[in-house]
Design a protein around this ligand. Structure first.
Ligand code: FAD
Length: 303
């Protein structure tokens, strides 16, 4: 049995594992795919103290750091069920059951995709999901934001300070964002908001995005907009479907944690994008992984 078992091999899980191992605890890391979202990232320019790196390079560095300690890394394994009696029990898709005194959940999240032609082809070539990460790549260019909820309008306001022009496309007739954000967006000279717009295709020249096609749901007419970038802001889905009923989740499915990363189930902690921590970034995931690990250590010395 483990002292600390970590579910997730992204920045949150890797950080939690290093912190646990450095306390001399028997530590295991279970990951469906070590590296998590970082493995899908091209350029990273906001991992503080590293001016520029790339996803696969950072994944290798994360793994090397974890392997420097006696951590049992179980890659390509998926957890399917969590329960607790004396110890925490984790059931895997392959039927195995792992036991541990404490558990750190760091299963991350995935961006909700539009599922239209061109989206996958131009992912990282103009199709982006993180304005904080990729906004500066479109300096002085025209971009669109898909989604008129809070994250979409926040993204538009953020991007409007960097890019030449932002077009927001919202599927519904009304924006779902808070009025204060909509007011701010309307006050900026370079944001156009189009409602009742259904994006139907991402277009490109074979190498990068050059625009998008949308249908005006009111008239049924199709239109093309020329763009260099498309930011998809239609939600972030936490990978927590399998935890329903085991730990308390927010209405959005995020694991509810306190300031020590403790979940509703004693001895079970959580970190990173899968939790109610409001901002989803690599440095934040790593910090919360360290935090949850120290929370687990604190729990172990008291039990
Ligand atoms: P994740 O990275 O999502 O890792 C989750 C881990 O859990 C994975 O190993 C996964 O396989 C595993 N897992 C999930 N479910 C299970 C299960 N049931 N059983 C076992 N394992 C499971 N942030 C920045 O700071 N800068 C950037 O430039 C940047 N660019 C980005 C670009 C893209 C394209 C994307 C998608 C994200 C980007 N982000 C960026 C966001 C950043 O990647 C995330 O905030 C960060 O990776 C979250 O870390 P995490 O460890 O919480 O989760």
């Amino acid at each position: 049995a483990f002292d600390v078992l970590v579910v997730g091999g992204g920045p949150a899980g890797a950080s939690a594992a290093v912190y646990a191992a450095r306390k001399g605890l028997r530590t295991g890391v279970l990951a469906e795919r070590f590296g998590g979202q970082v493995a899908d990232t091209v350029g990273i320019e906001n991992f503080i103290s590293v001016q520029y790196t790339e996803g696969p390079k950072l994944v290798n560095a994360l793994e090397a750091h974890v392997r420097q300690y006696e951590v049992d890394i179980m890659n390509n394994q998926r957890a399917t069920k969590l329960s607790k009696s004396e110890q925490v029990e984790l059931e895997l898709a392959n039927g195995a059951v792992l036991k541990s005194k404490t558990l750190i959940l760091a299963p991350g999240a995935r961006w909700r995709e539009m599922n239209v032609p061109g989206e996958q082809e131009y992912r990282g070539k103009g199709v982006a999901y993180c304005p904080h990460c990729d906004g500066p790549l479109f300096k002085g260019k025209k971009v669109a934001v898909i989604g008129g909820g809070n994250s979409g309008i926040e993204a538009a306001i953020d991007l409007a300070g960097i890019v030449e022009h932002v077009t927001v496309l919202e599927f519904a007739a009304e924006l779902r964002a808070d009025a204060v954000l909509v007011k701010k967006a309307n006050s900026m000279g370079n944001i156009t908001i189009i409602t009742e717009a259904q994006t139907t295709e991402v277009t490109g020249d074979g190498n990068k995005v050059n625009g998008l096609q949308y249908t005006d749901r009111n008239t049924g007419n199709s239109h093309h907009i020329e763009l260099a970038g498309i930011f998809v802001q239609i939600g972030l889905v936490p990978n927590t479907e399998w935890l329903r009923g085991a730990v308390e989740l927010s209405p959005r499915g995020e694991i509810i944690v306190d300031e020590r990363g403790q979940t509703s189930l004693p001895g079970v902690f959580a970190a990173g994008d899968a939790t109610t921590v409001p901002y989803k970034q690599i440095v934040i995931a790593m910090g919360s992984g360290a935090n949850a690990s120290l929370g687990a250590f604190d729990y172990l010395i008291r039990h």
